[in-house]
Unconditional design. Structure first.
Length: 191
């Protein structure tokens, strides 16, 4: 067995995703993931606490992307301007070359109720963090919570469109379209 090579974590993630997609999440073990790239189960657990975390690793970077957008917004930005800034920054986390990986990852999640629940929990925690950041910038309630939840909803709807087969627009372009739709709905206009 190979003891150490650069990119071990990424190799384990890629192998896990392929195995989950072809064999099923429940049918794939950490040992099988490690062995598929010439490593031991022990090495797998040095990088991930369990096989679920292979799919959800990177959450901190996504949160940072949202928060970086909020931090970069000008002083006095409206709640919806903060939403837009957060979404623009988050879109940078998903360049076009990550689309195929994101599609495959989502297909694995969509086939497993426990993973779906974990994904919902992740987005809920993100909304809470974004809301806290909006409140720290002086956005009062309920506007802070409404804006944060709106940001995550726009992100979720946009991400679903972004990973559709045949979609070629950037995530940022889709987010702008979806956010404009939300603004139209809020203004009482027909789409």
């Amino acid at each position: 067995m190979v003891r150490w090579q650069p990119g071990t974590r990424e190799r384990l993630q890629e192998a896990a995703l392929e195995l989950f997609a072809h064999r099923g999440y429940e049918q794939t073990t950490a040992t099988e993931i490690a062995q598929s790239v010439g490593l031991t189960e022990r090495t797998f657990f040095r990088h991930f606490s369990d096989k679920r975390e292979v799919l959800f690793q990177g959450q901190e970077r996504l949160v940072e992307a949202f928060l970086d957008g909020v931090a970069a917004a000008p002083d006095g930005a409206t709640p919806m301007e903060l939403v837009s800034a957060a979404l623009e920054s988050a879109a940078d986390f998903f360049p076009g070359e990550r689309r195929d990986h994101a599609r495959l990852r989502q297909s694995v999640i969509d086939q497993n109720p426990a993973l779906q629940e974990r994904e919902r929990h992740k987005l809920s925690a993100l909304a809470t963090t974004v809301g806290d950041t909006f409140r720290a910038r002086g956005v009062p309630e309920p506007a802070a919570t409404l804006a944060a939840e709106s940001a995550i909803t726009v992100f979720g709807v946009s991400f679903t469109q972004w990973i559709r087969d045949g979609e070629d627009r950037s995530l940022a372009d889709i987010e702008r379209t979806v956010l404009a739709e939300l603004r139209s709905l809020a203004a009482g206009e027909a789409a």
